[in-house]
Design a binder for this molecule. Structure first.
Ligand SMILES: NC(=O)C1=CN([C@@H]2O[C@H](COP(=O)(O)OP(=O)(O)OC[C@H]3O[C@@H](n4cnc5c(N)ncnc54)[C@H](OP(=O)(O)O)[C@@H]3O)[C@@H](O)[C@H]2O)C=CC1
Ligand SMILES: O=CC(=O)O
Length: 371
């Protein structure tokens, strides 16, 4: 109970931080300042991380009244008085739905493989046997699917979400897909009278568990504002990028860079070893310098041990590179580095590494070196 209360408190304060910061930093109320620094340590940094020109944070409904669990739950009802559906509870969808449930939201889940819903049902989620039934019983439905085909099937295939959508409802697709797929899903949703937002996320399994994702949204702005408190439960920042397709494009460009970085890092690890250096020292040097990225220090040590515990499946990284190359094609931009990286991920997939973490791309390089 204590855990779920503090989780709710943090989640509820986050969407409303502009006013809560003002109230809690009142010099006449030093104990309130203590409460803020104890319970919302991430507020200052997340505040900075949301570029004001892109964000449309909702205003606060919090008051200076001492916070009790009843007030927290009332506040949640005020910032989001609705039922939430979640379609697809794989590596990402599961912790995202879990954070909504822990924050006190009324969440109904569906997954193609039903057993993956069980841990969520145990902590209070409801279950419906099809995307259609989830959408018809919820106000807002999120989907987190593997790829364009599954996103389409779940959105407007047989018994898809669109067949349960009506005016007043909203569909938020957080899967990583290409812009054309997203637009097609948006058109089918809007044809029902409902609203559509694409909102792919940057950040992997751990950021999803920690509620630290970055949402790259585009589409209906009123829906964006309506779901902002929910995005703030699951993420640390959110960007509103305008027309449907822009969120997908931003996500693909980011993951194109990430895939190339991982391939290049793999090459460096293998070269360092070959010339007699300790690759663990290379990881340390890279991490301390200007090219340091959390990805290198978190994944590097296990890569040296040839272990690839899955956070971001390699097959999804290859899908993102493929889609990014398609995006570049639409504007006739040459992307030779991403194209070379994509070839490596394809080799890794042919070595049956698709379900391993994308850092397993190093195995494709090892195989090439042995040729
Ligand atoms: N993992 C990561 O670090 C990140 C992933 N992403 C993106 O998020 C999305 C989900 O990724 P992740 O959770 O890692 O992947 P998973 O492979 O763990 O989950 C994929 C989900 O899609 C479902 N699915 C796949 N095919 C179908 C289908 N034909 N019909 C219905 N459902 C289907 C799966 O159902 P089932 O359980 O039955 O297989 C599962 O729920 C992807 O687009 C990925 O690129 C974005 C940011 C980070
Ligand atoms: O899409 C993957 C990620 O880490 O972001």
């Amino acid at each position: 109970m204590a855990t779920s209360f503090s989780c709710s408190l943090q989640a509820i304060l986050r969407p409303s931080h502009q006013i809560s910061i003002a109230l809690l930093s009142n010099p006449s109320s030093p104990s309130s300042v203590g409460l803020c620094s104890n319970f919302c340590p991430r507020i200052p940094s997340r505040f900075k991380s949301i570029p004001s020109q892109f964000s449309a944070k909702s205003s606060s409904s919090l008051s200076a009244t001492p916070i009790t669990s009843q007030i927290v739950s009332d506040t949640l009802k005020e910032v989001f008085p609705g039922r939430i559906g979640f379609l697809g509870v794989g590596i990402m969808g599961s912790p995202m739905a879990q954070n909504l449930i822990k924050a006190g939201c009324d969440v109904t889940v569906w997954n193609r493989t039903k057993s993956k819903c069980d841990p969520l049902l145990q902590i209070g989620a409801k279950y419906k046997p099809s995307p259609k039934e989830v959408a018809s019983s919820c106000d807002i439905t999120f989907s987190m699917l593997a790829d364009p085909q599954s996103a389409v099937d779940v959105a407007y295939g047989e018994n898809g979400a669109a067949s349960g959508m009506t005016t007043g409802k909203g569909y938020v697709d957080v899967s990583t897909v290409d812009g054309a797929t997203s637009k097609s899903i948006g058109e089918h949703i809007k044809a029902t009278g409902a609203l559509f937002l694409e909102a792919p996320v940057s950040g992997s399994k751990k950021p999803a568990e920690d509620g630290q994702l970055i949402f790259l949204t585009a589409g209906d702005q009123s829906l964006y504002e309506r779901v902002a408190p929910l995005l703030d439960i699951m993420g640390k920042s959110r960007f509103y990028l305008g027309e449907v397709g822009n969120g997908a494009a931003m996500k693909l460009v980011v993951n194109m860079v990430m895939g190339s970085m991982m391939a290049s890092f793999s090459e460096g690890l293998l070269l360092s070893e070959k010339v007699g250096l300790d690759p663990n020292v290379l990881i340390e040097v890279v991490s301390q310098g200007a090219i340091g990225a959390p990805m290198y220090s978190t994944k590097g040590p296990s890569m040296v041990k040839a272990a690839y515990p899955t956070a971001f499946p390699l097959k999804h990284q290859q899908k993102d590179l493929r889609l990014a190359l398609g995006l570049a094609e639409t504007v006739s931009q040459s992307t030779p580095i991403a194209a070379a990286a994509n070839e490596l991920y394809k080799v890794a997939k042919s070595l049956n590494l698709g379900d391993q973490d994308f850092s397993a791309v190093i195995e494709a390089l090892k195989a090439k070196l042995q040729e």
